[in-house]
Write a protein that binds this ligand. Structure first.
Ligand SMILES: Cc1cc2nc3c(=O)[nH]c(=O)nc-3n(C[C@H](O)[C@H](O)[C@H](O)COP(=O)(O)O)c2cc1C
Length: 151
């Protein structure tokens, strides 16, 4: 069965809550399986074994978290010959901005390559019900696109 991989890093739980909500959205809207991958403990398998991935990260110092950066640093060269070109979505938890994290994931993803298939969701401040719903919707949209063969 195809799976959606959700690759996340989170210090205080916000991005993790979004990642879990996206996983719920995958399960609620498709028959695909879903796997959560903590970025620091995961490697190339998270990309290879997934039909599509969703990244979830806080914005730290105007960019992605060190944990997700570490994942990209370790997998970039191993992924290069595979020409993955898989669909991806992005969830960013931020204090008051988030745009730097989006910019940098989009730039890094171009190099793998990975294909952006949905607008990034930026959640600023506390994780509200609305934020959970947005993350669920992103998970559902990515899963439906894969299941229907649109991506
Ligand atoms: C070291 C550090 C740097 C941060 N830098 C930014 C930033 O540049 N822009 C922003 O909007 N929020 C910034 N924040 C706030 C976090 O993005 C926000 O608290 C986020 O919800 C944390 O997610 P987490 O609970 O998944 O770790 C920063 C937080 C920390 C700890």
């Amino acid at each position: 069965m195809q799976q959606i991989g959700i690759i996340y890093h989170s210090q205080s739980g916000h991005a993790l809550a979004l990642a879990r909500a996206a996983a719920d959205g995958v399960s609620a809207n498709s028959a695909l399986s879903v796997q959560l991958y903590p970025a620091l403990q995961s490697g190339l398998e998270a990309l290879v074994d997934s039909a599509a991935v969703i990244f979830a990260t806080p914005e730290n110092f105007g960019t992605i978290s060190g944990g997700l950066k570490d994942f990209f640093d370790r997998t970039y060269y191993p992924a290069e010959p595979l020409k993955l070109n898989k669909p991806y979505g992005l969830l960013v938890s931020a204090g008051n901005d988030g745009r730097g994290a989006v910019r940098d994931v989009e730039r890094i993803a171009t190099g793998y390559p990975l294909r952006k298939v949905a607008e990034a969701v930026i959640v600023r401040g506390e994780i509200t019900e609305r934020a959970i719903e947005q993350a669920r919707e992103l998970g559902g949209a990515v899963a439906c696109g894969v299941e229907l063969g649109i991506f």
